[in-house]
Design a protein around this ligand. Structure first.
Ligand code: AGP
Length: 605
């Protein structure tokens, strides 16, 4: 998703900060990038390029140095292809005003037609380019803030943008309407960015803009107003996490680092919440949930978080006997959902900025349902806009492919299921006690998986792969197939193992790869039969199984895991599935951390 950075100083050189800031936002995913600087008078100077930041770096020589005002952008295309021209910043007709934009301007066609009729010349295919032209039309070269306020009344959509003008070299005007924006407070210099990571080396003091805020940022001051012009105060805070946490720590990819650190983050996630054989209900907001008289849960999430929701459904239904529905957020928001009284809407998200998940929560609130969020990014929009929030404490997740955020989401859902069960007279002290064994078991699982590198080499030559499982194993299979699709670019499909014979079995032929997940002891025999079905038709089978199962496994590549109760096993079983996808992608030479066409934080619908 697009990344935004801005620098406004009394003096100094904005360019090195802007370029480094963009590098620190690379994890968000992007296809082009650019920087604009505005000195005293003249016109704004712009450098932009399709592709990675290294391409942009090669063009920075065209920009002036020692200019203390500038904005930068990494673009993830929504309107118009990823090209040099479509990259941001965009400028007005006379190169006086430059803007960077994240999100979507929904009424851009209407505005563009109106501006073209007035004589404005557009050069890109983007929705974003209407912004500098609108600012020009409203006299932004004389009064940038006034023009932004005027423009705000015309723009529709979910977005954030920064504007600078060559005639006003002491200011950035920043607007937040849905897409996140944070201001970093320095000494004689202030910063603006999509997230704090961009300016952490410079300052730890920050403030978060709220939806509808328009901020005038100068080297010394930050004045914030609503779009109606009412002054508002946003309290500064100190960022207490370290950017080093987000560095690769010696691993070749963030994804591998994040897979390996799962046992540690599971401890962080359990800390303070599980003591001996009881769960601290207050830490999960259960007293609050009880006051809402909850009788049903509706989970909403996207992608991997949705897959965590499927595991949550199985656990909560089995342990607490409370009905749970799980919906993909992009569907939920448009399906006219029926939320009966007593329904708690549970939103799950790593970033807390996923547009569809946010819209689902907003819809739920509109329908009068209480909303409960399971979020990783502290201070994110979802965290702030839900009635109750529980953090997963996975730390910054940089690789686009979610791993540690997924397993901590499952852990929070497991604790929730166990505590809801206890409150409904179905305590499982044995499982609660066993939660603290998971970090050590996770280390053991990781240590036992050296052979997966070679198993993945075999899979790397394939074009298609099926994943099968039953119950919790099917939910895990769905996540396994998403991982291999998104980073190895191998077509993959997950099926309930018992469903194959209803059609998909026709596709199994000599050599067809199938990954089977078998950790649910109660259903192992049945899945074994399904493995035999595909083997009989020539499939090559990779199987991830509970090592305690007594069966002989007629498979080609066997991964045995040392697992506890099946209800606690999903976080452990996820690891070989993540590593299989990771090593397959590495063998295929793919860009593991930033897969093509994907973004870390999907802030458009
Ligand atoms: C995970 O590997 C994906 N990149 C993606 O499916 C992700 O889980 C989804 O976009 C939801 O993101 P969120 O958790 O930040 O809401």
């Amino acid at each position: 998703m697009c990344g935004i950075v801005g620098f406004v100083g009394r003096q100094g050189d904005a360019l090195p900060f802007l370029f480094d800031g963009l590098k620190r936002l690379e994890y968000r995913g992007y296809d082009s990038a650019g920087i604009a600087l505005a000195g005293q008078g003249g016109t704004v100077s712009v450098a932009k390029a399709q592709g990675k930041l290294a391409v942009l770096e090669g063009r920075l020589g065209t920009l002036p140095r020692a200019v203390p005002l500038g904005i930068g952008h990494t673009r993830w295309a929504t309107h118009g292809r990823p090209t040099d021209v479509n990259a941001h910043p965009h400028t007005d007709c006379h190169g006086q005003i430059a803007t960077v934009h994240n999100g979507i301007i929904e009424n851009f066609q209407e505005l563009r037609a109106e501006l073209v009729a007035q004589g404005h010349r557009f050069v890109s295919e983007t929705d974003s380019e209407v912004i500098p032209h609108l600012l020009e039309a409203y006299g932004g070269d004389r009064d940038l803030l006034g023009a932004v306020r005027e423009a705000e009344r015309r723009l529709r959509g979910a977005y954030a943008f920064l504007a600078i003008a060559a005639s006003q070299p002491d200011r950035i005007v920043a607007v937040r309407r849905s897409s996140p924006l944070v201001i970093g407070l320095g000494d004689g210099v202030n910063y603006v960015a999509s997230d704090v990571g961009a300016f952490l080396p410079q300052t730890r003091r920050a403030l978060v803009l709220e939806n509808g805020d328009v901020a005038l940022v100068t080297p010394e001051t930050v004045e914030i107003q609503t779009s109606e012009g009412t002054a508002v105060h946003r309290a500064p805070f100190t960022v207490d996490w370290d950017m080093r946490q987000a560095e690769r720590g010696g691993y070749p990819h963030f994804m591998l680092k994040e897979i390996m650190e799962q046992p540690q983050v599971w401890s962080d996630c359990l800390l303070g919440r599980v003591r001996g054989d009881h769960i601290e209900a207050g830490e999960l907001g259960l007293p609050w949930v009880q006051r809402k008289d909850v009788r049903r849960l509706q989970i909403v999430a996207a992608g991997t978080a949705y897959h965590a929701g499927l595991i949550g459904k199985a656990l909560i239904e089995r342990l607490a006997r409370i009905p749970v529905d799980v919906a993909v957020a992009s569907e939920f928001r448009y399906q006219h959902p029926v939320l009966e009284p007593g329904t708690l809407v549970v939103a799950i998200s790593q970033s807390g900025e996923t547009a569809d998940t946010l819209a689902s929560v907003s819809l739920a609130r509109h329908l009068g349902a209480p909303t409960y969020a399971i979020v990783n990014a502290v201070g994110s929009t979802l965290a702030r806009e839900s009635d109750y929030v529980v953090y997963t404490h996975a730390g910054p997740e940089i690789a686009v492919a979610s791993t540690k955020a997924y397993t901590t989401q499952i852990l929070v859902l497991t604790m929730l299921a166990l505590e809801l069960a206890a409150e409904r007279g179905r305590p499982r002290a044995d499982l609660v006690r066993a939660l603290w064994s998971l970090p050590a078991l996770g280390e053991q699982v990781i240590a036992s998986l050296a052979s997966i590198v070679e198993m993945a080499r075999r899979l790397a030559g394939e074009r298609d792969v099926f994943y099968i499982g039953r119950g919790l194993d099917y939910a895990l299979a769905m996540e396994g197939q998403l991982k291999i699709k998104e980073i190895a670019y191998i077509h993959a499909e997950a099926y309930p193992a018992g469903e194959l014979k209803h059609g998909t079995l026709a596709l199994i032929e000599e050599g067809t790869p199938v990954v089977a997940v078998v950790t649910d002891r109660a259903m192992a025999e049945k899945t074994l039969s399904n493995i035999l079905e595909v083997k009989a038709r020539g499939a090559e089978v990779w199987a991830v199984v509970d090592g305690a199962l007594p069966h002989d496994w007629p498979v080609d590549h066997l991964i045995r895991l040392d697992l506890p109760d099946p209800l606690l096993s999903p976080v452990l079983t996820a690891i070989p599935l993540q590593l299989l996808a990771y090593w397959t992608a590495v063998h295929r030479g793919q860009d593991v951390d930033q897969p093509r066409n994907l973004a870390k934080s999907v802030t458009v619908e």
